[in-house]
Design a protein around this ligand. Structure first.
Ligand code: G6P
Length: 621
């Protein structure tokens, strides 16, 4: 998703801007640009479609330097991926970078065109630059009419006048090359964070984009407007009142390298055993689950809860779907799961004593955040964020939170964030279960299974070569079907999503029992079907589904528990998975599906860490 880094300093900031862009790359983008006020006070801008590296080369070749500038990675929403649509957008001396969407941009564009502005891009963002410029011009015209001096309008005041005209969600940074001593930023739905050193201030959409020297940061609150100079930071809240926000210690950036791996995704996939150990650390004694970190108020909420509502997007939504089976079967509490973009506009009815769980890797997903905010006036018992980013907006705005501690996930396609979410959800399920009549022995069974999970996962990762061989067989195929039953149905959905994201292949997931209601019509030798076949109470039912598929000429690839007696059939290939505890099975069956998507994408030569058109952190709705 779009990324912003901007700086004003007593030194050249181009290096900071380019390094910041490189650190924003993981979010997913399609073009990048930079604008800087040079030593002559001229606004210089360079934009490029494609990688930050291409922009960096162009900026270095041009020898750009300056003390005040901004840079941006764009993830196209309005207008195709072209250089003219890349940010920053200019209007004379004004330059703007924007994350988010301006919903009334068409109307504003029309009005600005009538005032004589000529648009060079198809974006919604360009209106902001022209509006700021227009406000400055209006001010000068009014002053001239009054016969007074023609002092220019402060950039901050011009931006303040523009804000009420904008509808939508945005994080913006604005500069005016006529006064390169300051930058102005506004947060309205899209996160922004400010970092400082003794002689500089930076603004970014992600704290990791800030220069490493900036150890103190301020997260802007909704509606905040900030003005920064090299030495000063001034903030106003959404009512325009001066406000002070706390400086907090910046999160320590992990050393981010692929190590011996070819891709971040591959590394993250292999990190799952250690990521799960981190999720469990301090939360699992030899025989008990300890979530006392939640505090008394949350514990009280859990005691009162009679319903759980999970809201999430993408992979996190699939984790929620898996957890629904657990909440109902293990904790005996009704649970609903919904995609955030649907939940927020559906006018949902709230069950009595319902606990809202918002699930998110980044904690910045716009739809999930909007759902959380909406829920705050809906009568939920409380909101609990399960998130991988402790400093995120979702965590800050929820009543309670639990952090997955998966470590930073760079690959756009989520891997370790998903499996650690499942682990955290299972801990919560067991805690809620204990409050609702689950016995100590049952809790201990979960504890024992979780203790062995990291090693089990290591075992599953040893299937790497077998899955790679399977991928070789599947790589010529043009579409694929994933099938599972019960708690493995959402795992099949996650497998299909991974394949879509990484290999750009149409892939659909079905509950095996639903095949006869339509999808069977798709079955022929050209439609490979990946079947998840664990050893559980549904094994026999699944066996019948497998026979139905074979009888219709299907080509089947089973990921099957080694204990199952799999029928011999020429169209049936299978990989044996070790016996495992049923509660761990959805977590572990995920691994070969991640590997499968990874290898098919690799063999197709796709961009694994930054799949086309996708973003890691989706900060627009
Ligand atoms: C994007 C990512 C997905 C992710 C989804 C939700 O679409 O590409 O991998 O699952 O957002 O993100 P979240 O950060 O809320 O888990």
């Amino acid at each position: 998703m779009c990324g912003i880094i901007a700086a004003v300093a007593q030194r050249d900031v181009v290096g900071w801007l380019l390094a910041g862009l490189a650190r924003l790359e993981y979010r997913g983008y399609d073009s990048a640009g930079l604008a800087i006020v040079d030593s002559q006070g001229k606004l210089q801008r360079i934009r490029r479609v494609g990688k930050v590296q291409t922009l960096t080369a162009a900026v270095q070749q041009a020898g750009l330097q300056g003390h005040c500038g901004m840079a941006h990675t764009r993830w196209a929403t309005h207008g195709p991926l072209t250089e003219v649509n890349a940010h920053p957008h200019l209007s004379q001396s004004i330059a703007v970078v924007h994350n988010g969407i301006i919903e009334n941009h068409q109307i504003l564009r029309g009005q600005l065109q009538q005032r004589g502005y000529r648009f060079t891009s198809a974006t919604d963002s360009e209106v902001i630059a022209h509006l700021v410029h227009w406000e400055q011009q209006q001010h000068l015209a009014q002053q001239a009419e009054g016969g007074g001096s023609t002092a220019p309008l402060k950039l901050r005041t011009a931006v303040q006048r523009v804000i009420p005209q904008l509808q939508g969600s945005y994080g913006i940074v604005v500069l005016d090359s006529q006064d390169p001593t300051c930058l102005v930023a506004v947060r309205c739905g899209s996160p922004l964070v400010i970092g400082c050193s003794e002689t500089a201030h930076c603004i970014a959409s992600d704290q990791f984009a800030l220069p490493a020297v900036m150890r103190q940061v301020i997260f802007l609150q909704e509606g905040d407007l900030a003005e920064i100079t090299d030495q000063q930071l001034t903030l106003w809240d959404h009512r325009g009142q001066p406000v002070v926000r706390p400086w907090v210690e910046a999160a320590v950036e992990e050393h981010l390298s692929k190590g011996a791996y070819q891709h971040y995704m591959q590394k993250e996939l292999y990190e799952q055993p250690s990521a799960i150990r981190r999720t469990l650390a301090g939360r699992l004694t030899a025989d008990r689950i300890d979530l006392s970190e939640l505090g008394e108020r949350a514990e009280h909420c859990l005691q009162q809860a009679q319903h759980v509502q999970i809201v999430a997007c993408g992979t996190a939504y699939h984790a929620g779907l898996v957890a629904r089976y657990w909440f109902e079967a293990v904790a005996k509490i009704p649970c609903d799961v919904e995609i955030a973009s649907e939940f927020r506009y559906r006018q949902p009815m709230v069950r009595q004593n319902s606990l809202l769980i918002v699930l998110s890797q980044s904690g910045e997903t716009a739809d999930t955040l909007a759902a959380l905010r909406l829920s705050q006036s809906m009568g939920y018992l409380g909101s609990l964020a399960l998130c991988n980013n402790a400093g995120s907006t979702l965590v800050r705005e929820s009543d309670f939170s639990l952090i997955t501690h998966a470590g930073r996930e760079i690959g756009v396609a989520s891997t370790k964030a998903f499996t650690t979410q499942l682990v955290l959800l299972l801990l919560l399920v067991a805690r809620l279960g204990r409050l609702r009549g689950m016995t100590l022995q049952q809790e201990q069974a979960v504890v024992v299974a979780l203790h062995t999970l990291p090693e089990r996962m290591e075992q599953l990762l040893q299937l790497d070569k077998a899955v790679e061989a399977l991928a070789t067989q599947l790589v010529p195929d043009r579409h694929m079907m994933f099938v599972g039953r019960g708690v493995h149905y959402p795992v099949a959905m996650e497998g299909a999503l991974k394949l879509k994201e990484l290999a750009y292949l149409p892939a659909e997931a079905y509950a095996a029992g639903e095949l006869k209601h339509g999808p069977l019509a798709l079955i022929d030798a050209q439609m490979p079907v990946i079947v998840l076949a664990p050893c559980d109470e549904l094994s026999e039912k699944l066996q019948s589904n497998i026979e139905e598929l074979c009888a219709r000429g299907g080509r089947l690839y089973l990921l099957a528990d080694e204990r199952l007696a799999i029928m011999e059939h020429p169209a049936l290939t299978w990989i044996a998975l070790p016996a495992m505890e049923p509660l761990m099975s959805p977590i572990l069956y995920t691994v070969p599906l991640q590997l499968l998507a990874y290898y098919i994408a690799l063999m197709k030569g796709a961009d694994i860490d930054q799949p086309r058109h996708l973003a890691k952190s989706v900060t627009v709705e």
